[in-house]
Design a protein around this ligand. Structure first.
Ligand code: PLP
Ligand code: MN
Length: 366
C-alpha cells in the first residue's frame, strides 16, 4: 500500500502532492511575529488557510494566541484534532447550524462566534436556553467596514449590542471588522489609506459601544495584506492573517515578496506534446483557478490549464526540455481553496519528509 513516511525523500511521493518547505514556512512565521508581536496585538491566525490543528499549535508556540476558522464545521474538525481556542468568523445562521454550534459549545466553552443580526442572536440564545448549558457563549459583533459581505452597519451596532445585552446566554466581548476587499490592492499607499479608513469605522464603532458601557475587550481584524497597517491603529487588539504562512502568486503580485512561497504542488510530466510542450498531472482538481493560473516554480516553464486532471507546460527555444517522468513544483494562485483540495501536507527539509500533517478541515464548508 502507498503510505509515504517521515524520513522518506520527496522523490518517493506520488503526485500531485502538496509539499511544504519547512525552512521557508518557519521564516514566514518568524517574519510575521517579529513585525506584529512588538505592537502588543494579539495574533489569532486565520486557519482557513492551513486547516490544520498541528500548524495552529505551532503558531501558538511562536506567539499566536488562538486561531480563527471561517465555518462552524471547520471548528468541529479543528477542535476534534486537538486545537480549541477558536473564533468562528462567519455568521452562524439556520437551525441545523445553531444546533451544531450548541453541541460544539457544550464540549468547548472557549469558542467565540460573530453575530451581525438580532434574529441570529435570538436564535442562538434560544437554542442555548433549551440546552441546559449555564455558561454564556462569547460573542463579537461583526461590522461591515467596507467589504459589504457580512457585518452590521455601524449605525446598527448599538441597537444590536443592546439586543445582545438582553440575552442571557450571549456574552458580548468585542467587535470584528474584516477589510477583505483591500487585501490584494497592489498600490501600497492606497491599501494603507483605505485600510486606515476601514479601521476608523471599526475603532470608532467599538469606542461608541464602550461609551455606552458595553464590554468591548476584543477588536479583531486584518489579513496578510493589511495586518501591518491595522496594528498601528489604537484600539485594534487582534489580527487575523492567514495566507502569509504559505503565500500564493495572487498575494505575491499584490504585496510583494516579504513572505515567500513555502507550499507547492509537486507534479509529474506524464506526456510530451511536441518539441516545447509537455503535460503534467495537475489540473483544476488540484490547483484552483479563481485567481488566475498557478505558476511553475521554475519560471522558464509557463503553465496552461488543460482540464480537470491536466495542465500544460511550455517553454521558449533554448530552455532545457522537460521529459516524461520529470518532476516540477507548481505554486498555487490562491492558497486557501487549493489547500482545501488535498488530504495531506508533506513537510520537508533538505529534500527529506520531516512531518506529515492532515488537512483536518478539508472540505468543511458548512
Ligand atoms: N479574517 C477573515 C474574516 C477572513 O475572511 C480572512 C480571509 O479571507 C482572513 C482574516 C485572512 O486573510 P488572509 O488569508 O488574506 O491573510
Ligand atoms: Mn483566500
Amino acid at each position: 500500500m502507498y503510505s509515504p513516511k517521515v524520513g522518506d525523500g520527496l522523490e518517493s511521493l506520488d503526485t500531485p502532492s502538496m509539499i511544504v518547505d519547512l525552512d521557508v514556512m518557519e521564516a514566514n512565521i518568524k517574519k510575521l511575529m517579529d513585525r506584529l508581536l512588538p505592537t502588543g496585538r494579539n495574533i489569532r491566525p486565520h486557519l482557513k488557510t492551513t486547516k490544520s490543528a498541528i500548524i495552529a499549535k505551532r503558531l501558538v508556540a511562536t506567539g499566536a494566541k488562538g486561531g480563527c476558522v471561517a465555518k462552524l464545521s471547520e471548528a468541529e474538525a479543528i477542535t476534534a484534532a486537538g486545537f480549541t481556542d477558536l473564533l468562528i468568523t462567519c455568521e452562524v445562521v439556520g437551525p441545523a447550524k445553531v444546533k451544531r454550534l450548541v453541541e460544539l459549545f457544550r464540549k468547548h466553552r472557549g469558542l467565540r462566534i460573530v453575530i451581525d443580526s438580532q434574529v441570529a442572536a435570538t436564535a442562538i440564545n434560544d437554542a442555548l436556553d433549551k440546552s441546559g448549558i449555564e455558561d454564556p457563549i462569547a460573542v463579537l459583533i461583526d461590522l461591515d467596514v467596507g467589504l459589504h459581505r457580512t457585518g452590521a452597519q455601524p449605525s446598527e451596532a448599538l441597537p444590536l449590542a443592546r439586543h445582545i445585552g438582553g440575552l442571557k446566554h450571549l456574552r458580548l466581548i468585542g467587535v470584528q471588522g474584516y477589510e477583505g476587499h483591500l487585501q490584494h490592492l497592489h498600490d501600497f499607499e492606497d491599501r494603507k489609506k483605505q485600510c486606515l479608513e476601514s479601521m476608523k469605522i471599526l475603532t470608532e464603532t467599538a469606542q461608541a459601544l464602550k461609551n455606552e458601557g458595553f464590554n468591548i475587550e476584543v477588536v479583531t481584524t486584518g489579513g496578510t495584506g493589511t495586518a501591518d497597517f491595522c496594528a498601528t491603529v489604537p484600539g485594534v487588539t487582534e489580527l487575523q492573517p492567514g495566507s502569509f504562512i504559505f503565500m500564493d502568486t495572487d498575494y505575491r503580485n499584490a504585496i510583494g515578496t516579504y513572505y515567500s512561497h513555502s507550499l507547492s504542488l509537486l507534479a509529474t510530466v506524464i506526456s510530451k506534446q511536441g518539441e516545447r510542450q509537455v503535460t503534467i498531472d495537475t489540473g483544476l482538481k488540484s490547483l484552483t483557478t479563481d485567481s488566475g493560473l498557478a505558476e511553475c516554480k521554475d519560471t522558464r516553464y509557463t503553465y496552461g490549464q488543460l482540464g480537470d486532471e491536466h495542465g500544460s507546460l511550455k517553454w521558449e527555444e533554448g530552455t532545457p526540455a522537460l521529459s516524461i517522468g520529470d518532476r516540477v513544483e507548481m505554486i498555487p494562485s490562491h492558497i486557501d481553496p487549493t489547500v482545501n483540495l488535498h488530504d495531506f501536507y508533506y513537510a520537508y527539509r533538505n529534500g527529506v519528509i520531516e512531518e506529515i500533517w492532515p488537512v483536518d478541515s478539508r472540505g468543511k464548508v458548512q
